[in-house]
Design a protein. Structure first.
Length: 251
């Protein structure tokens, strides 16, 4: 468990690590690159590289933090991976329920496993559930997410690698968008980004633009820090706000 540079959260908690590719958005996975690097450094948890592993010794980490914190759960994996035992997932959510002062942001590309798990279980009040929608061919994930009873539903449109087209954002509370980073990054077209922003505005959904990534607004490849996160003359960092465990969308 550690603090993070991911702007839309405060810390990460990884009770499991490792993953496998399912759709085009996974092609240049940052977590895989990081896992290989940690393996080369001799880090014990990463002796098997990016192979999926559960880490029971990390289950109680949030219990030791009293300060209310937003945790991105499994920045180095997918909590609903095919190899994840539901029995271990139950333990993850037990920890979540024991720490109502925290808020847990859970993002998946495996919407069918997500839905199956919550067929017979309730989502804790302090959980935000999200799915990745990197292009139009993964928009079906939104419909699956919409059917799950949870306080906050969000989309990660990152990396945005193609035009997502028309979005039905009914009962979606937050949309995060970002371009891809890394040497092999695919460019993000400004028109695709404006399309998402416009639809969020029309449907009154909080919009968070994380970054341009390796390719800038001008189509030039450079360090992602130099490309920044401004477009249409400003930064867009909207998100659901929390007041006494009640949510209010501040736009």
């Amino acid at each position: 468990m550690k603090t993070t540079k991911i702007e839309w959260t405060e810390a990460t908690w990884n009770p499991s690590i490792g993953c496998s590719k399912v759709t085009a958005g996974c092609k240049n996975c940052y977590a895989e690159v990081m896992a290989r690097r940690l393996q080369a450094m001799g880090m014990p948890d990463y002796e098997y590289g990016f192979d999926f592993r559960i880490l029971p010794e990390r289950l109680n980490q949030p219990l030791n933090i009293k300060k209310p914190t937003k945790f991105f759960v499994n920045s180095m994996s997918d909590l609903f991976h095919e190899k994840m035992p539901f029995e271990f997932l139950d333990k993850v959510f037990e920890t979540i329920q024991k720490t109502p002062q925290h808020h847990y942001q859970i993002l998946t590309k495996r919407e069918n496993i997500l839905a199956k798990y919550f067929e017979t279980r309730e989502v804790p009040n302090n959980v935000w559930l999200g799915v990745t929608v990197e292009h139009s061919r993964t928009k079906h994930r939104i419909d699956v997410l919409r059917k799950i009873d949870t306080k906050i539903r969000f989309l990660s449109i990152e990396p945005l690698i193609d035009d997502v087209g028309t979005l039905d954002l009914k009962n979606i509370h937050w949309v995060i968008v970002g371009g891809e980073s890394g040497n092999c990054a695919r460019p993000m077209n400004k028109e695709w980004l404006v399309n998402v922003k416009t639809q969020c505005e029309e449907q009154k959904v909080a919009f968070f633009f994380k970054q341009w990534g390796t390719w800038g607004e001008d189509g030039v490849k450079r360090n992602k820090k130099l490309n920044g996160s401004k477009f249409l003359g400003r930064e867009w960092k909207e998100e659901p706000q929390i007041f006494d465990n009640q949510y209010k969308l501040v736009i």
